[in-house]
Design a protein around this ligand. Structure first.
Ligand code: FAD
Length: 319
């Protein structure tokens, strides 16, 4: 019996959310006296043996490069085969875009109970109860999974990564992606240095910026912080920024370590997509803006004065 943690990757590198999932899965394994193993579909340049430091003893790699691009049907077939081959009974993956696309399918294929967006280790004192946030983080639910196989996707930034000394064994797993199943071809990539859903820091701006011509200072601050850029919905609706940057209830949902909101009022629909951020900094000229209630730090003032000064100060700190 083992816990199998699915490793998500892009451009040859393991995504940050997977390190959290690895620690989380390894801790579940330890809690339940099980082995902790990882599964990687495709190839990465990162050294897989070093994943042992997150607590897994073995990494199963299906190293066919056809797996390097996510195709849900192809992945589901491969993951089901891997679960059968390894005898895993708990499958853990990150609740990021990949995880959200895969977890329900894995659950259906394996007739397994699923908790999507877990935020804590299961409580096994009476069943197998996993805590998750519901209603955009406004409440919690404790879900008991009582199926033989269990699937848990872990909410990003909800579990502390711990790093030890272990070295994992890397074992090739012979899984063949069926070419007939591959229905997706990547034709383009969203531009930007830091992908929004994976970013540690996000600099976001709203209608308070008055127009697309004023985004230079937002991009400059983001570049200085190695951050991704985001925006409120009206900004994307007005075509000031591309729609893939729109965060909120109807946009991308994110949970970075730091979210800087500039000239955004903090409507409930916006907060629904960002309120799981670890630290929120709000810059708004209206001291009564609702966003200040959700902020860890607030700056009341004109963004056109504050943002360039903030960028300069951060640049000085880096020099
Ligand atoms: P505004 O509400 O116009 O706020 C602009 C802010 O900028 C104000 O607080 C103002 O004080 C401040 N400001 C102005 N000038 C300056 C300056 N010089 N310096 C500093 N601050 C300044 N919105 C989302 O963002 N994401 C969603 O996913 C989303 N989904 C929605 C779904 C539904 C069904 C509905 C009905 C709405 C949704 N909305 C969503 C829209 C949401 O209700 C708000 O209208 C929107 O978030 C407001 O965007 P904003 O804060 O950029 O603009």
């Amino acid at each position: 019996m083992s816990v199998l943690i699915l490793i998500d990757h892009a451009d040859g590198h393991i995504k940050k959310a997977s390190f959290e999932a690895l620690t989380y899965g390894a801790d579940i394994a330890q809690q339940n006296g099980m082995a902790a193993e990882a599964l990687l579909l495709g190839t990465v340049t990162d050294d897989l043996a070093t994943l042992g430091k997150y607590g897994v003893t073995k990494v199963h790699q299906a190293g066919n490069t056809a797996f390097n691009q996510l195709d849900v049907q192809v992945y589901l077939k491969a993951i089901t085969e891997a679960v059968n081959a390894t005898g895993a009974t708990i499958i853990v993956l990150a609740h990021n875009q990949t995880g959200k696309a895969l977890a329900p399918g894995i659950s259906a294929a394996l007739k397994a109970g699923l908790v999507a967006g877990a935020i804590a280790l299961p409580d096994t004192s009476n069943g197998f109860v996993v805590k998750k946030a519901v209603f955009s983080g406004k409440a919690f639910a404790n879900v008991n999974i009582n199926t033989a196989i269990k699937v848990i996707s872990l909410s990003p930034n909800s579990y502390k990564v711990t790093v030890g000394q272990g070295i994992a064994t890397v074992q090739e797993l012979n899984l063949t992606p069926l070419p007939a199943s591959i229905k997706i071809t990547a034709v383009d990539k969203v531009s930007g240095d830091v992908p929004l859903t994976e970013a540690d820091i996000v600099v976001s701006a709203g209608r308070g910026l008055k127009g697309p011509e004023n985004w230079g200072m937002v991009e400059e601050l983001a570049k200085t912080l190695h951050a991704a850029t985001a925006c409120s919905r009206p900004v994307a609706d007005s075509h000031w920024r591309p729609h893939h940057e729109h965060v909120g209830q109807t946009g991308v949902q994110i949970a970075p370590n730091l979210y800087i909101a500039i000239g955004i009022s903090g409507a409930i629909q916006h907060l629904a997509g960002v309120n799981r951020s670890k630290t929120i900094v709000v810059i708004n000229k209206d001291a009564e803006a609702p966003f200040f209630k959700a902020a860890d730090y607030g700056i009341v003032g004109d963004a056109f004065e504050i943002v360039p000064k903030l960028t300069e100060e951060i640049k000085k700190m880096h020099n």
